[in-house]
Design a protein around this ligand. Structure first.
Ligand code: TYM
Length: 331
């Protein structure tokens, strides 16, 4: 049976990109497979949160995991830092990760460009920590969005390098997974390529956003003056808005606005009003569950402890075996 592992950084509220890129698949996969889903709080330290912010972000993601339908009885839900074996495997993998290959990683280059004052060593070795997260449970499938594809490629490199180096067939080579379909990339509302909260808050709709906030964000979404000739291809920002319609609205609504666009009769205000209402219909049940769960500290604590125990059991076994393979033996 294929083992599934995936994680989400704890940098605050989850957005629709996280949901459609990853969490929706977590919920489906927990029905069939042994799954390990975790909150990547070690990873979030690259941006130096305060202790209070770190703690509240981890709690937020746990609440939102549960609100989305992750079931702690079916999947192992845990906090990354509750499993320190991950940090040991990260150290060991770093011995065979080359600076050149880490420097070539797109996400690292992007961070250098966007945050030139905080190019820390953990950003460079981000892919080895991610690989440790995945192979610590000897995973086969990793449900993620399109932006994580290269990290998965590097995970395979590190796993197969370990196997080759020690002449073992120990770690499987895990693949990014979306039920055989292309990995998903939800665009931003700011005309950007990807919904993301770190770059621009206006690009993202959060699962916890109220209807008023959703209306405001959608009405502010980037559009243009409209087409001047019929049946023209859509510029990126407009393509993005239509992608949202495809996800959240009915086929009739999509066709209606697409026809208006092709006839140069589109009024983006009308489109956005309809889109906002359709997103609200999707989001409201999630937001209500978030509200209901967020103060249930006892339950959240119980879920986290149960997950930590199960995840540690699997991680400790891997570390024991890896130490043996590498040659750490008692005197
Ligand atoms: P993170 O926290 O940025 O995103 C979590 C998940 O959400 C997906 N995602 C998106 N999918 C589609 N469209 C979007 N606009 C969008 N934005 C985010 C991401 O692809 C991801 O699946 N490094 C990871 C966290 C991580 C991890 C791991 C994931 C740490 N260790 C091990 C898998 C396995 C990250 O920063 O994701």
């Amino acid at each position: 049976m294929d083992i599934v592992v995936s994680g989400i950084r704890s940098t605050g509220n989850l957005h629709l990109g996280n949901y459609f890129g990853a969490i929706r698949n977590f919920v489906k996969m927990q029905e069939e497979n042994p799954c390990y889903f975790f909150i990547a709080d070690y990873h979030s330290l690259t941006t130096h949160p305060t202790p209070a912010d770190l703690h509240s972000s981890v709690k937020t993601v746990l609440v939102e995991f549960l609100a989305c339908g992750l079931d702690p009885e079916k999947a192992t839900l845990y906090v990354q830092s509750d499993v320190p074996e991950v940090a040991e495997l990260y150290l060991l993998l770093n011995m065979n990760a080359y600076v050149g290959e880490l420097e070539r990683c797109t996400s690292f280059k992007e961070k250098i460009r966007t945050h030139p004052n905080n190019v820390n060593a953990a950003l460079l070795t981000y892919p080895t920590l991610m690989a440790a997260d995945i192979i610590i449970h000897k995973a086969h499938k990793v449900p993620v969005g399109k932006d994580q594809e290269q990290h998965l490629e590097m995970t395979r490199t590190f796993a197969s390098r370990f196997n080759r180096m020690y002449n073992v067939d120990y770690f499987p080579e895990p693949v990014a997974y979306n039920f055989g379909e292309d990995l998903v990339k939800i665009p931003g509302l700011d005309g950007g390529q990807k919904m993301s909260k770190s770059d621009n808050e206006n690009s993202a709709i959060f699962l916890a956003d109220s209807p008023e906030v959703i209306r405001k964000k959608v009405m502010k979404a980037v559009t243009d003056a409209g087409p001047t000739e019929p049946n023209q291809p859509k510029p990126l920002a407009i393509e993005n808005i239509f992608q949202f319609l495809k996800i959240f609205s009915s086929t009739d609504t999509y066709t209606h606005f697409n026809d208006l666009y092709n006839r140069c009769e589109i009024r983006y205000g009308d489109l956005k009003k309809q889109l906002a209402e359709d997103i609200i219909v999707f989001n409201n049940p999630l937001r209500e569950k978030i509200e209901a769960l967020k103060n249930d500290t006892d339950y959240l604590g119980k879920v986290a402890r149960m997950g930590a125990e199960k995840a540690r059991e699997s991680a400790a076994k891997t570390i024991r075996e890896v130490r043996e393979i590498i040659g750490f033996r008692s005197m």
